[in-house]
Write a protein that binds this ligand. Structure first.
Ligand code: SAM
Length: 382
């Protein structure tokens, strides 16, 4: 790899321009004869993204790839979480990309292999791993070709298929991913005990189970209530019920683990709102385990289509938000007051509610517009 970009004077220029207007910078002439302004701006964008997404890379000597590779990379937080679940002797990431997942997920393994079809990207990852003091075998190959010639067994195979088609539209069916998991699945399972695949948060869980009967575990990973990843674990060994774990990182909320069998056989209890109101986090909503939340936690649901729960006695171990609320009459809402407005299973959206009642966003108090079995209701906190 040509490492001129890491020269001290160039890095100083990059660091001095971290908050610069990048469009204006691109119109300027590069102060360095061998480095273009595009290359400099690529490094500035990389550092800006790294500040939020992978701060462990804010180190001297690290080189950043083009924007698409930054976007496709996992965040340090989700990668670190996944690393806690995996350990063994041999690990291979067949879609290395910028190598964020590989860096974390391979921490508990002795031998690490990275496969990536994009040679520039892989060279850059190899350089960065050298800077970070991590060893791996770097293979610049199409993974299908690699699998055809490979004779080795791996304890864990990891894949994070590229989720954009050639028009760079987001796609969510397995067939539209690169690689197509359904095409290579048998091969993967023949050389590994465990195949772990990261998928889009928008992928449908029922669809996944119907096309991949080898799934034995699913992790639904949210960060601050934003579902980021659905990670599936495949094995061709005898397996029992499929375990699913919902986690909302950086929220302090407990994880919630269940089996699909348990979810299918669960029943909800119903009630009009009591003292405490519970709103499940988005990982739970993605799992769609509305009856199980009621049955397992002893909470009552407001309505079959309202995924809000209630109880008289507070339970603290809830995977979501807990609010103390009262049912109010709409006449009690004063104009110009500030509220955090939530609309669930209610005909009006928050924007429409704001207009109708002439209220504003913000403040400490919550208003929930929803439906119980008796009909439309408004709940107010405080
Ligand atoms: C979503 S990115 C992986 C990001 C990575 N997990 C990370 O955290 O940085 C997918 C990568 O897979 C690579 N890829 C896609 N299809 C491939 C194939 N058939 N063979 C090898 N690499 C492939 C792409 O070039 C891309 O860099």
């Amino acid at each position: 790899m040509d490492n001129k970009i890491v020269y001290e004077e160039i890095q100083n220029y990059i660091n001095a321009n971290l908050n610069a207007d990048l469009h204006a910078l691109l119109l300027k002439k590069s102060p360095f004869p061998d480095i273009s302004m595009q290359e400099i701006v690529q490094q500035i964008k990389g550092k800006q993204v790294a500040q939020k997404k992978f701060p462990f890379l804010l180190k001297e000597g690290i080189v950043f790839p083009p924007q698409l590779n930054l976007e496709q990379a996992s965040s340090e937080k989700t990668a670190e979480y996944k690393s806690q679940i995996l350990k063994g002797k041999t690990f291979i990431d067949l879609t290395s990309g910028f190598g964020i997942d590989a860096y974390y997920l391979s921490q508990n393994f002795d031998e690490v292999t990275l496969v990536e079809q994009n040679s520039e990207l892989l060279n850059l990852v190899e350089h960065n791993w050298g800077v970070l003091g991590r060893k791996a075998v770097f293979i610049n190959q199409n993974l299908e070709d690699f699998l055809n010639s490979n004779q080795k067994h791996f304890d864990v195979i990891y894949l994070d298929p590229a989720r954009r088609d050639q028009n760079r539209n987001k796609v969510f069916l397995l067939e539209d991913l690169s690689p197509d998991i359904l095409q290579i699945k048998e091969k993967l399972l023949s050389i590994s005990d465990q195949v772990v695949i990261k998928l889009s948060p928008l992928i449908d869980l029922k669809y996944l189970l119907s096309v991949l009967p080898d799934i034995f575990r699913i992790e639904i990973i949210a960060v601050k209530n934003d579902v980021k990843e659905v990670v599936i674990f495949l094995s061709n060994q005898e397996k029992g019920a499929i375990a699913v774990n919902c986690i909302n990182l950086e929220s302090g909320e407990p994880a919630f683990e269940f089996t699909f069998e348990e979810a299918e056989n669960s029943h909800a209890a119903y009630s009009e709102p009591e003292k405490f109101i519970y709103i499940p986090n988005n990982a739970i909503l993605k799992a769609g385990i509305f009856n199980l939340i009621s049955e397992r936690l002893g909470l009552k649901k407001l309505h079959p289509n309202t995924h809000i729960y209630t109880s008289d006695q507070k339970i603290n171990d809830f995977p979501g938000r807990i609010l103390e609320m009262k049912v109010i009459d709409s006449k009690q809402i004063k104009k110009k007051e500030k509220f955090n407005i939530i609309s669930k299973n209610y005909p009006l959206k928050p924007e429409e509610i704001k207009k109708k009642y002439q209220i504003k966003d913000g403040g400490e108090d919550y208003l929930i517009f929803t439906q119980s079995k008796k009909g439309k209701i408004i709940l107010k906190s405080g």
